[in-house]
Design a protein around this ligand. Structure first.
Ligand SMILES: *[C@@H]1O[C@H](CO)[C@@H](O)[C@H](O)[C@H]1NC(C)=O
Ligand SMILES: *[C@@H]1O[C@H](CO)[C@@H](O)[C@H](O)[C@H]1NC(C)=O
Ligand SMILES: *[C@@H]1O[C@H](CO)[C@@H](O)[C@H](O)[C@H]1NC(C)=O
Ligand SMILES: *[C@@H]1O[C@H](CO)[C@@H](O)[C@H](O)[C@H]1NC(C)=O
Ligand SMILES: *[C@@H]1O[C@H](CO)[C@@H](O)[C@H](O)[C@H]1NC(C)=O
Length: 947
């Protein structure tokens, strides 16, 4: 007893020390360590003492707090430790597709601030903890395909922000909880769009209270449970519904009349219940595409005539519903109809499909009816009709094809394989693009049958590829195959995702791809992955870690042991403190160390400056040296000891990035070298400052030039050259930077002119390399400047290189008109488009042209083509716009035909940064030596003042 008391005190003391002496993030570190200890296989990268900075796979941080853990398909085994509750800032937890993750979901999950919880396709057991209802911020809750049991916690009803509730394919039982007294229930989820509760063991009735007119549900999937009672008429109040699945329960009673009010429903599954009364009239559901009312106990009735008025109907299934009489011929003339299944009824008379049957009709199943004749108007028909066990086939000796039951041959028409026969090594697989590789694989299961429309033109493959491309994932191709209808009448397809570049994916990539697939809310299917076993880094059993014995200690019994442990922990702690101290003095010192290879930046050629140095270079950030400000903060001019001029961007407090982000930006900028891009000289990261040191570009912005502010006047040829330079810079970002960079804020303010008036694109502050799944699709926030913003990006929020092309088109117009893109409520793009008259000289746009160009007197050769090119860049649809490379080619041609050899220059375009030796700081004269149009350049006022 005494021993235990001491043990507890020591542990408490230890905890106290731990919390008191270290940074907050330490708690996160401990939590991750504890998670790691409860998992058998963790990614190799989980080493080093700082998860936020040491590049732990799947970990994202903000302000040194872990905000996201995304580790789907990592082959993790073990359980989820309650220590997860320590991650006070965790926003996203995705551990999907780790079949080896079992045990129960810890209560502590309720301590988090999660907005996304994805645990799809693991092996979790036991009840869903009640305090999941404490996750007030939760938007996505996906616990599908596990082995959760017990009741659905009523507390889920507290999650007022929830839009996605997926508990499909578990072993949940008991009633669907609704609120009562003060207790919450699912009826409170007014923001929910999806209730996916199918394939469980839910029982009791569907509570009428579950539905109300305030709800915004689009999917209610309750299929394959043990629900009883009747369908509540309140269902008819949820006008937003699109898919309703109540099939395979034990529902009784009549179908409420007002279900006919649900005008948006496209798929309605009522099959395999004990529904009674008259067949419901669904004539009001004009959008109905898939209707299955099979196997119920409806009153015998004639074939309902209103069925022939449902113009959207693709599939009609009414097996075993006591239908009598003759099938009206008008049914078959429904233009979208594909499949009709009316087996096991009492339909009689003649089957007449008429002459005007729908083009898509391909199968009519009428087994076990009383049909005695068939009227086929076409000699050859592609429609498969099955009349087995009807009088027409019961005459002896009939050999007609309609008397044979061919199973529904569902095949998936994959796009044709164009590969020469190649045999891949043992476990590699040939991709649709003819490469042997290790694909990431799994099963897509369709929640609904909308799928049939995908089949054509490789629509599904393309759609998936588009998703991957949008997130810039390194996917080469996808392949779909093995279409089957599973035992529950769900269609399934095998999906293979092939890597581009290498022949395998790395963990980050798998995690991003899985994250995308576990979160595909646009599509009517869910994905369950197979474990990916081809990471190049071998799985490693969790390394014994210093912290590991904290949990060990709690179960150990001996004081001596604990004392030893404490000593050990203390030593570890001292070491960590020392590491932290080192890290503080030089946060990037660790970059070169070996244990963080995957994060080692290539910072070749850029310098790290101390704060004191920068102070000296800018004369303590003197007013004189303040040369501008932007969203990022202020910009100062500085002079390095070697007299090189630099522009120093000093981040404001609120625009400072996390260490990781700053590091990422540095890595990015340091890799980008092109003479038409402002290049990075160095950085300062000290005393809480974040500064980027750029080459100084003496002639200011293109904006200042166009508006006349800088006193520089550009003639036509020079404007063409500026356009070409900026275009080359952009083309380099799009095509040659790795990863490609989309600038996102192209405008004359971000195009600088050097001492030769060459254009240099600046301000990559908003630029974003396209790498990870997470960042892109969670926070696609439209950024940019009004007037230059691509309307397609603005509406779709899908960012592509073509958005820069659009902005560039605006800049081109600005170059020749010297007008702001939006002036007095008029949008320059519209004005030019509306005024253009291609039959006239200069397209009749004289009045819009910048008088400066005309006054400078040169001929305006190529102006029309320039305008054509800019309008192409401004096409509404990004697909119709040229690439920046094409723009460069066209501008080169223009310059060439205007008498200037532009291509000769482009061969030297690669990474030469201009030499500042040419600038003599005391001089206000520039030598435009060997250029023939010098006279047109009038640098009235130089920005560099003699000092
Ligand atoms: C159908 O909806 C309309 C208005 O949307 C309503 O007036 C009518 O009562 C509803 N019908 C039924 C049967 O609930
Ligand atoms: C079909 O069945 C109905 C009753 O179910 C009967 O009235 C009708 O005469 C039958 N028609 C033919 C052609 O047998
Ligand atoms: C199913 O369809 C495919 C292609 O349409 C065909 O090659 C195959 O023979 C069919 N199988 C059966 C059982 O009809
Ligand atoms: C398709 O099914 C066959 C036979 O069941 C199986 O051997 C093959 O691996 C499957 N293909 C994929 C991509 O899963
Ligand atoms: C994984 O691949 C991505 C690019 O797809 C790359 O940025 C990252 O460095 C790779 N990680 C490792 C550990 O190789």
């Amino acid at each position: 007893m005494g021993q235990r008391t001491i043990l507890v005190s020591l542990l408490l003391l230890f905890n106290y020390l731990l919390v008191a002496e270290t940074e907050t993030a330490n708690q996160d570190f401990i939590a991750l360590k504890a998670l790691m200890d409860s998992w058998k296989d963790v990614p190799l990268s989980w080493s080093g003492s700082d998860p936020c900075d040491d590049g732990w796979d799947g970990i994202k941080c903000t302000n040194s707090h872990v905000t996201s853990i995304v580790l789907p398909s990592m082959g993790l085994t073990g359980h989820l430790s309650g220590d997860i509750g320590l991650l006070s800032e965790l926003d996203t937890l995705d551990l999907s597709y780790n079949k080896g993750l079992t045990g129960s979901l810890p209560q502590e999950i309720g301590n988090l601030k999660l907005s996304n919880l994805f645990l799809v396709g693991c092996s979790f057991i036991g009840p869903i903890p009640d305090n999941i209802g404490s996750l007030q911020q939760l938007v996505f809750l996906s616990l599908n395909s596990n082995r959760f049991s017990g009741k659905i916690p009523a507390s889920i009803g507290n999650l007022s922000k929830l839009t996605w509730l997926d508990l499909t394919d578990n072993q949940l039982e008991g009633p669907i909880p609704v609120s009562s007294g003060g207790a919450p229930g699912l009826d409170k989820l007014l923001n929910a769009k999806h209730f996916h509760l199918g394939m469980n063991k839910l029982s009791g009735t569907i509570p009428p209270q579950l539905f109300s007119s305030e709800m915004t549900l689009i999917h209610v999937l309750l299929d394959r449970n043990q629900l009883t009672g009747s369908i509540p008429s309140t269902l008819g109040l949820v006008q937003s519904l699109e898919v309703v699945r109540f099939d395979s329960n034990s529902l009784t009673g009549p179908v409420p009349l007002n279900i006919n009010n649900l005008t948006k429903v496209s798929e309605l599954y009522l099959s395999n219940n004990k529904l009674m009364g008259p067949l419901p009239n669904l004539s009001g559901i004009k959008s109905l595409g898939y209707l299955d009312m099979s196997n119920n106990s409806f009153d015998p009735s004639e074939f309902p005539p209103w069925l022939t008025t449902l113009g959207s109907l693709t599939t009609l299934k009414m097996e075993g519903t006591q239908l009598t009489g003759q099938i009206p011929v008008s049914l078959f003339s429904l233009t979208n109809l594909q499949t009709v299944v009316l087996k096991h009824n009492d339909l009689n008379g003649t089957l007449d499909i008429g002459t005007g049957y729908g083009m898509k009709l391909h199968r009519i199943e009428l087994q076990d009816n009383k049909i005695d004749s068939l009227k086929q108007h076409d000699e050859v028909s592609s429609i498969k009709i099955i009349l087995v066990n009807n009088p027409i086939c019961q005459e002896t000796g009939t050999t007609e094809s309609y008397c044979f039951d061919l199973p529904f041959n569902i095949t998936y028409a994959a796009p044709p394989n164009i590969c020469l026969p190649v045999t891949c090594s043992s476990d590699q697989i040939l991709s649709p693009k003819c490469k042997c590789a290790y694909p990431f694989m799994g099963i897509l299961t369709f929640r609904t049958l909308s799928f049939l429309d995908w089949e054509k033109d490789a629509g599904l493959e393309k759609s998936l590829m588009d998703e991957f491309k949008e997130d810039h994932l390194p996917v080469d191709s996808v392949s779909l195959s093995n279409l089957t209808m599973n035992q529950f009448q769900y269609l399934e397809l095998s999906l293979q995702v092939f890597p581009s570049g290498q022949d395998y994916f790395n963990r980050t990539e798998i995690s991003s791809i899985s994250c995308l697939l576990s979160n595909l809310t646009k599509h009517p299917f869910y994905f369950i992955a197979y474990t990916y076993g081809h990471y190049e880094d071998p799985m490693e059993s969790s390394k014994s870690s210093h912290i590991a014995f904290i949990t060990g200690a709690a179960v150990g019994g001996s004081v001596v042991l604990v004392l030893l442990l404490l000593a050990g922990i203390y030593a570890f702690h001292q070491k960590k403190r020392a590491e932290k101290a080192i890290a503080k003095s030089n946060p990037f010192g660790r970059w070169v160390s070996k244990d963080s290879e995957c994060m080692t930046p290539q910072l070749k050629g850029i310098k790290q400056f101390s704060f004191v140095e920068i102070q000296k270079y800018t004369r303590n950030f003197s007013q004189d040296n303040d040369i501008g400000s932007g969203g990022y903060g202020k910009v100062y001019r500085g002079t390095l000891p070697d007299r090189q001029l630099v522009a120093i961007k000093r981040a404001q407090k609120d625009s400072k990035q996390g260490r990781i982000e700053f590091k990422a930006e540095l890595e990015l900028l340091s890799r980008v070298h092109h003479k038409n891009l402002v290049s990075l000289v160095g950085f300062c990261f000290e005393r809480g400052e974040q500064m980027l040191v750029y080459e100084y570009v003496p002639n200011g912005t293109l904006h200042d030039t166009i508006t006349g502010k800088s006193g520089i006047r550009l003639d036509w040829i020079r404007r063409l050259k500026v356009a070409l330079g900026a275009a080359r810079g952009l083309a380099y970002l799009h095509e040659h930077a790795n990863p490609p960079i989309i600038h996102r804020d192209i405008k004359p303010n971000n195009i600088l002119l050097d001492e030769h008036l060459n254009a240099k694109v600046a301000d990559f502050g908003l630029s974003k390399p396209m790498i990870d799944c997470e960042k892109d699709h969670v926070t696609t926030q439209v950024k940019g400047t009004l007037g230059y913003l691509d309307p397609e990006y603005y509406t779709s929020q899908q960012l592509t290189e073509k958005s820069d092309v659009y902005s560039f088109g605006v800049v081109m117009l600005e170059l020749i008109t010297a007008r702001k893109p939006i002036e007095r409520g008029k949008y320059i793009v519209k004005v030019v488009r509306n005024s253009i008259d291609r039959t006239k000289d200069l397209y009749g746009l004289h009045e819009f042209l910048d008088p400066v160009i005309i006054n400078l007197g040169s001929t305006l050769k190529g102006m029309e083509k320039f305008i054509d090119l800019s309008l192409m860049c401004l096409e509404d649809s990004s697909a119709d716009r040229p690439t920046m490379n094409e723009v460069v080619k066209e501008l080169e041609n223009l310059l060439h035909s205007a008498g200037f050899n532009a291509t000769a220059e482009s061969s030297t375009a690669a990474s030469t940064s201009s030499s500042y030796d040419e600038i003599t700081t005391g001089s206000s004269q520039h030598l435009y030596s060997n250029e023939s149009f010098d006279s047109s350049v009038v640098p009235l006022q130089q920005k560099i003042k003699a000092k």
